[in-house]
Ligand binder design. Sequence first.
Ligand SMILES: [Zn+2]
Length: 158
Amino acid sequence: MTLIQFRTAQVTVSKDTVTAVFNDGKTNEFYIPGKDDNYKQIAKWAGYSDDWERYAIEHELTHHFIADNLGWDYSWAVWTQTWFDHPWPNYISWEEHIVNHLQRYTKLGVSDPVNVLPLVFGERLDPLRAVLVVLWKKVLDKPAKIIYNHETQKIEVS
Ligand SMILES: [Zn+2]
């Protein structure tokens, strides 16, 4: 089990769940889907081949990563727990677009077709992509705790 301390949430990654505890105490538990065809397809599209579990974990982490870096109080999508409710409010679709395309850009170098990533992150896009790669890799090592500081972009492992 690894705890990742973001500015906007404390996130725990265990074998099959990703749990987010927000600063207001609200908790969201995300169960990594098993053989979900939708997840498999998105994972492939985003550059994860058949490793949809990895896609799912990194997807959840990326929600909090962008919330930290965009000055939000929390990941709107995770905080409102709207994965399975449709139709989504527009702002959730927008956040999901950013997260999925940032994953795809980070894995494959492919930007989104309407260039939302450069519009949202500006010159920070590639530096943030580099930090996200490091964060994902550190989580793979399963340390007890990771502290991510969005101000310095430092990642401390203990
Ligand atoms: Zn999402």
